[in-house]
Ligand binder design. Structure first.
Ligand code: AMP
Ligand code: ZN
Length: 136
């Protein structure tokens, strides 16, 4: 299903032009318009899902194999030294376009980008508590 007024639905389904680097039945992969680094790409499913939470299982299962394939292509063709995969879910997590997308950000030795968080210093007790809360 497509969602009305969703820009990534329109891009993924070719209604709005994009710089496409890969396309198949399920996905379109485009260059990000405001790239963090040279070659920053977005994997977009053609079917709408707001985020990881409502992404169909079969689409979820196909995303990482595609990312892996593109990772090799980026390494070979761009000569990047590394790669970050980033996937934001929800505004709080920094998602600005509510259509699932996986960022592929090639990294270069001198690219000046820093993708990071401040490491926490929980107590052993806090770690034990959260493990208990999460463990299935
Ligand atoms: P996020 O913050 O994870 O939702 O990422 C949204 C990304 O989409 C940002 O990196 C934007 O630069 C990118 N973006 C937004 N609109 C477009 C567009 N029309 N074409 C390509 N990239 C876009
Ligand atoms: Zn959409």
């Amino acid at each position: 299903m497509k969602k009305e007024n969703c820009i990534f639905c329109k891009i993924a389904n070719g209604e709005i032009p994009s710089r496409t680097i890969y396309e198949d039945e399920t996905f379109r992969v485009i260059l990000d318009l405001n790239p963090a680094t040279r070659g920053h790409a977005l994997i977009l499913p053609k079917e709408h899902a707001d985020s990881l939470y409502d992404l169909p299982e079969n689409t979820a299962a196909a995303v990482l194999p595609l990312a892996k394939k593109l990772a090799s292509i980026m390494s070979r063709k761009l000569g990047c030294d590394g790669l970050n995969l980033i996937q934001n879910n929800g505004e709080t997590a920094g998602q600005t376009v509510p259509h699932f997308h996986l960022h592929m950000i090639p990294r270069y030795g001198n690219d000046g980008q820093k993708i990071s968080w401040t490491p926490g210093k929980p107590t052993e007790k806090e770690l034990d508590e959260v493990r208990e809360q999460l463990a299935e």
